[in-house]
Design a protein around this ligand. Structure first.
Ligand code: IMP
Length: 430
């Protein structure tokens, strides 16, 4: 089956963008199905950096159609800016390369304002959201008062829908001491976006269905990651959408029988941005070294990422939840020079052993990782192109990850550039 889902197996920022970009060259279509511009991919091609937040990472390949599925939440201001930026670099010259689903929900200024105001009011107890309005937009979707792309294209209907939202959200914003923009201001601003986006808008579920029927290779690009999943993640320190592979069904309108393989992306260590439990976090010089060598600062907010050892409990859980047929292990090069490496194999909490991530926040907060120590290596890995090019200690580290997570490592990334990749197996054929 020529469909492949790519999902994050930790807390996000695993390097999904690079892996999607890698396989997009062999895909006819790349589709997103959840999340919004809380995501961010930094793509490096020929030394030139391109950052995308909404448009799938496949956009750098002219022959690959990019889809924003109905499950994505779209900030039209950000999307218009992204389209313009890509076109200025010579990408996306054909509007048919980007398809936006008419049922995707629209992020409004009140969503962004509410996200930021709430976080500020929470102070120490904040989630550490990206402040992009993602949560409030999904809330309005679930509350059945959201504005979809198709609604934004119809000025009369939009005005009516906006009135409903503002009558709910306006007083709330005032409670936080914020003055929402008037309906007219929003309508005027969004009318400009509506006209710019109109050529791209369609029923994308049909576009995807046609590609499936034609036997084309489709890559579904997940955003965020298993531990940020609204149901399965470290609730409440999660994002507002489901992130596990099964969500392709609702977020892009794809029936289960068409879903093929799933590739999980895991960093060779662990990082997390925002608040919430992180059992293997290193608040010492090793953590600082990982941050510095790995350039661990958020692509979306620039925030320094929290860093820690590889947590096999987390990735094993992600492998189970999304049915990973393989793992792409990224940033292996960053570990060079550490004399010993640790992998968490289980947790201990109140004298009890956990082989899974506990649901209880206090239990997870107190969880002590049970570590296994492995030998490190000193070699620079950036030139490695075959598994055999890796030092023995690195190969052992990878094998141990495979044993502990139950999923084979099928790709290894040893640098940010496209070529700095070791491909062990074609994930479409796993
Ligand atoms: P939100 O998605 O902006 O509501 O943020 C909720 C949580 O998810 C916060 O901890 C964010 O830092 C985290 N988050 C959201 N998107 C990403 C991502 O793409 N990478 C890493 N963390 C993310």
């Amino acid at each position: 089956m020529p469909t492949l889902i790519i999902v994050g197996a930790q807390w996000g920022d695993e390097g999904k963008g690079k892996v999607v970009d890698h396989f997009a060259a062999h895909a006819d279509m790349v589709a997103r199905y959840q999340g919004g511009n809380n995501a961010g991919h930094t793509l490096v091609v020929g030394g030139e950096k391109t950052v995308v937040h909404l448009i799938p990472a496949g956009v750098l390949h002219a022959g690959t159609t990019c889809v924003l599925g109905n499950g994505v939440v779209i900030d039209p201001k950000v999307l218009c800016g992204e389209i313009e930026g890509l076109q200025a670099k010579g990408y996306l010259s054909d509007p048919a390369q980007l398809r936006i689903d008419e049922r995707a929900h629209v992020i409004l200024p009140v969503h962004r304002m509410l996200d930021v105001a709430r976080e500020a009011a929470l102070g120490e107890r904040a989630i550490g959201t990206t402040g992009r309005g993602i949560g409030p937009c999904y809330e309005d979707k679930a509350a059945r008062r959201g504005v979809r792309i198709v609604d934004m294209l119809d000025p009369r209907y939009f005005a009516d829908a906006l009135d409903k939202i503002l009558s709910e959200r306006g007083p709330l914003l005032k409670l936080y001491g914020e003055e929402p923009p008037s309906a007219q201001e929003i309508l005027d601003e969004y009318a400009v976006y509506a006209e710019r986006l109109r050529p791209y808008v369609t029923d994308a579920t049909q576009v995807v269905a046609d590609e499936i029927a034609a036997g084309k290779r489709i890559l579904f690009e997940g955003a965020q990651a298993a531990m940020l999943d609204l149901d399965h993640g470290t609730y409440p320190f999660v994002t507002s959408s489901n992130t596990v592979a099964g969500v392709v069904g609702s977020g892009a309108g794809v029936a289960p029988k068409h879903v093929g393989r799933v590739l999980g992306i895991a960093k060779s260590y662990t990082t997390r941005v925002g608040a919430g439990p992180f059992p293997t976090e290193l608040e010492d010089e090793v953590g600082a070294k990982l941050r510095e060598v790995g350039g661990e600062f958020g692509a979306t907010t620039g925030r320094p990422r929290r860093c820690g050892w590889f947590d096999a409990v987390v990735v094993r859980q992600a492998a189970r939840l999304s049915g990973l047929s393989g793992i792409a292990l990224t940033k292996l090069d960053v570990l060079s020079g550490l004399p010993t490496l640790k992998i968490a194999t289980a947790y201990e909490c109140d004298g009890e052993r956990y082989d899974r991530v506990p649901a209880s926040v206090p239990a997870l907060t107190q969880a002590q990782p049970i570590y296994e120590e492995l030998e490190g290596w000193t070699e620079d890995l950036s030139g490695a192109r075959r598994f055999e090019d890796l030092p023995e200690a690195a190969r052992k580290y990878i094998s141990r990850i495979e044993q502990l997570t139950g999923a084979p490592v099928t790709l290894i990334s040893v640098g940010a550039e496209r070529e700095e990749t070791i491909l062990l197996r074609d994930p479409f054929l796993l």
